[in-house]
Design a protein around this ligand. Structure first.
Ligand SMILES: [Zn+2]
Length: 106
């Protein structure tokens, strides 16, 4: 795949995630479909899902999870500070270190 195509594919992934974030409040099924499409593009074009979006996909069931909508977020301060996200679909816990996450607005 050519670089130009990859750039277009990445733009589409960004757009799908943006749409999903809005749509999840109105039509959850549609939002999940957007994410499924974004993942398909990512795999077909061999473009990794951008880092800021990775934490919005459950590692276990691959569904779109957004804090305050369909997952629980707890901050664990003991030992290594980390965030624990509990997926609202499969109840699986995803641990994320809080260090080096940069400025994100979730
Ligand atoms: Zn899940």
């Amino acid at each position: 795949m050519r670089t130009a195509n990859k750039r277009i594919a990445l733009q589409r992934i960004h757009r799908l995630f943006r749409l999903a974030r809005v749509m999840i409040h109105e039509d959850e099924e549609l939002a999940q479909r957007y994410i499924a499409i974004a993942r398909e593009i990512s795999m077909a074009c061999r473009i990794p899902i951008p880092r800021e979006y990775k934490r919005q996909i459950c590692k276990a069931c691959k569904r779109f999870i957004l804090p305050g909508v369909n997952c629980r977020v707890r901050i664990q301060q003991r030992r290594e500070p980390h965030v624990v996200i509990t997926c609202g679909y499969c109840q699986k816990n995803i641990r994320l270190p809080t260090k080096n996450q940069g400025g994100e607005n979730t």
